[in-house]
Design a protein around this ligand. Sequence first.
Ligand code: ADP
Ligand code: MG
Length: 265
Amino acid sequence: MIRAEQLHKHYQMGDSVVHALDGVDLSIKQGEFVAIIGASGSGKSTLMHLIGCLDRPTSGLLEINGELVSAMTEKQLAAARNSYLGFVFQTFNLINRTSALENVLVPLVYTRRAVQRATAKKALDRVGLLSRASHTPSEMSGGECQRVAIARAIVNSPRLLLADEPTGNLDTKTGDQIMQIFHELHAEGITIVLVTHEMDVAVQADRIISMRDGQIVEDTAVDQAQREQILIDAQSSFRKVFDQKAAARAKANDTDAHPKPEAAS
Ligand code: ADP
Ligand code: MG
């Protein structure tokens, strides 16, 4: 599905060159669910933009869905984006002044007009938001906006769905609902590549790729035992925080309840 060889992306910044990607080799098969993690500035978004055909590499080879996208013109990249790719961003990137339905219609410019609205409605229904079709993003919660963005990303039935920190702006519960949709889409056979900095999100994938300074420094399959351990650890660390808070509260209440005997003693 995705094959990258010695992928480089450099940005000229005045006199210096930023090596956003510094020789990435990568292979992702059809049907995989891959998480990419790494510190801020490590090149995750740059890699996603190249795979998403939103930008072109400075050098190296990039093949997606059997096509050599690293050699494509802007027009060909746009066609690739429309035919087999869906992209979900952290900040939703919706058009604010228009309805959810109109937002989902955006990628359907090349589709026959007669089928456009029905297809867009189906995608909105898929993320549980058909009843909000006429609402604008400003009338919706963050989680709902992200679901509209997912509907827009899947409206062309892509084989590959890319998501760059899709739960980064959402609370845990809403983030879990978004992850649930990704799991359902993955179960239907869509290849998913998702960037996150939350380990309990990353372990929901089948494979975790770690980036540092524009390079892949680790690439491992997630096994079920590891997944469960991290999810348990994540929970127990929360539990510890809550236990500490509860203990502090109990102590404060206790002091409040018995101020006089203590003062007298
Ligand atoms: P991440 O998503 O892991 O936080 P990015 O891919 O956004 O990292 O950025 C990688 C590096 O490339 C950073 O040093 C960043 O400042 C730089 N960079 C990203 N986009 C641009 C750009 N359009 N122009 C100049 N530098 C950029
Ligand atoms: Mg980023």
